[in-house]
Design a protein. Structure first.
Length: 354
C-alpha cells in the first residue's frame, strides 16, 4: 500500500504533513489523502514526494507493506518527544523492510535467535551480570580473549545490527520484531569503542526478562564491560590490585579490547582492582579534561555492519536481483553501486575457485 510507505518515509524524516507539502510543492490535503489511500498520486507528484523525502520513486512500489510494531528501548540522556520516536521508528522500519526482503532470497540461512538456553533471565544483583556475560561467551564458544569485531559476532548469531543518523543524545536502542527477531540500532558517527559498548549494553537487555519492571542501566553497563573484558582478562592485564593506572597503558588496552579508557577504569573498579576513591578521581579528571567526549590517543575504528550488504551483493552476483534492485535494497543509487563495485564483483576464474 502506497499510503503506508509514504507515511513511514515522512515520519522517518520527522516531517509533518504541512512540512512535507511545503518541501514537495504539494497541498497537505492531497498528501493526507495519499496516506489514507483515498487518492493515488500521479507520476509527477510521486517524483516530487520522492525528492522531498530523499528516496527513489521505486521505494513507493516495494511489495512488502506490513506495519512494523516497533517498541524500542532508546538509550539516551532524556526522554524523547513522540515525534522523534516516530521518526526513529520510521527509519528503522524502512531498514528492516529492506533487510527482511533480501533475507527472503536465502530462506535456509535465516536464524532464529535464542540468546541463552534458559531464555530470558531474571537478575537479583548487578554482580550476576558478570556470570551472565560469562555464560553467553561460553554458549557462543568465543573463549575469554578480546573480541575482534563485535558487530560481526553479534550478526552471526542472528541479531540484526543497524546504523542510523539519529537524534542528538541518542546512542542506541534495542527491540524484538515479532516472536524472535532481535535488533540493535546504534548511532552513526560515534567512536568505535562507544559503538561496541552500546551493542554489548543492548545485548544485555535482550538477555534479561524486564516484563515486571526494568533494571537500572548500570546492570547493563556491567554486563557490557564483563562481555567485552571478562574478569580473567582484566586480572591478567591489570593485576589483582592497583593503586594507580597509567594513561598509556589504558590506551593500549583500549586498542586491544575495543573498550574505552573510561570503560577500563569502570572495569577495574567493578572488580576491586582499584578503589572507588581512585576511580572517582579518574572520572573527575576525564570530565574536567573533556575526555568524556573524545578520549586521548588513537580512536578505535567504527565497526560497520556488513551482513545486509553481503547478502545483497551475493544475490547480485548470483543473478537473483538486478542492479536496480540491489541498489534499492542498499538504499543507494545504481551509479553509487557501480562505483563501489568497480573491479570487485567479477566472477572469479575457475582456477582461483578450486
Amino acid at each position: 500500500m502506497l499510503g503506508v510507505r509514504l507515511r513511514r518515509a515522512r515520519q522517518g524524516r520527522c516531517l509533518s504533513l504541512r512540512q512535507l507539502a511545503a518541501k514537495a510543492g504539494l497541498s497537505h490535503n492531497a498528501i493526507s489523502k495519499y496516506e489514507r489511500e483515498l487518492d493515488t498520486p500521479g507520476s509527477g507528484a510521486l517524483i516530487k514526494l520522492a525528492r522531498a523525502l530523499e528516496v527513489k520513486p521505486d521505494y513507493f512500489f516495494r511489495q512488502d507493506t506490513r506495519e512494523y510494531s516497533i517498541k524500542a528501548r532508546f538509550r539516551c540522556k532524556k526522554e524523547l518527544p513522540e515525534k522523534q520516536v516516530k521518526a526513529m521508528n520510521g527509519k528503522i522500519a524502512e531498514w528492516l523492510e529492506r533487510y527482511e526482503e533480501i533475507e527472503s532470497y536465502f530462506p535456509g540461512e535465516q536464524k532464529a535467535h535464542q540468546p541463552l538456553e534458559t531464555g530470558r533471565r531474571k537478575i537479583s544483583s548487578v554482580e550476576e551480570m558478570e556470570t551472565l556475560a560469562e555464560q553467553l561467551r561460553a554458549e557462543w564458544n568465543i573463549g575469554n580473549d578480546a573480541i575482534g569485531n563485535l558487530t560481526e559476532l553479534v550478526e552471526s548469531f542472528g541479531i540484526k545490527v543497524g546504523v542510523f543518523d539519529t537524534i542528538d543524545g541518542l546512542v542506541g536502542c534495542v527491540f524484538t520484531v515479532g516472536e524472535n527477531v532481535p535488533v540493535i540500532a546504534v548511532a552513526k558517527g560515534i567512536p568505535g569503542d562507544r559503538e561496541r559498548f552500546t551493542i554489548a549494553h543492548e545485548l544485555g537487555h535482550l538477555l534479561i526478562d524486564e516484563e515486571d519492571g526494568g533494571y537500572p542501566e548500570n546492570f547493563f553497563d556491567r554486563f557490557a564491560g564483563a562481555f567485552l573484558v571478562p574478569r580473567e582478562c582484566a586480572f591478567r592485564e591489570l593485576g589483582l590490585k592497583r593503586k594507580t593506572l597509567g594513561r598509556h597503558e589504558l590506551e593500549i588496552l583500549k586498542k586491544k579490547y575495543g573498550l574505552s579508557m573510561k570503560g577500563w577504569i569502570h572495569r577495574a573498579q567493578d572488580l576491586g582492582i582499584v578503589s572507588d576513591r581512585y576511580a572517582e578521581k579518574c572520572f573527575r579528571f576525564f570530565k574536567n579534561s573533556g575526555f568524556d567526549q573524545t578520549e586521548p590517543g588513537e580512536q578505535f575504528p567504527f565497526e560497520e555492519p556488513s551482513r545486509l550488504q553481503r547478502l545483497v551483493l551475493r544475490a547480485l552476483v548470483e543473478n537473483l536481483v538486478s542492479e536496480s534492485k540491489a541498489a534499492d535494497l542498499l538504499n543507494i543509487t545504481v551509479a553509487e553501486l557501480r562505483k563501489s563495485l568497480e573491479g570487485k564483483n567479477e566472477e572469479m576464474p575457475f582456477a582461483l575457485c578450486r
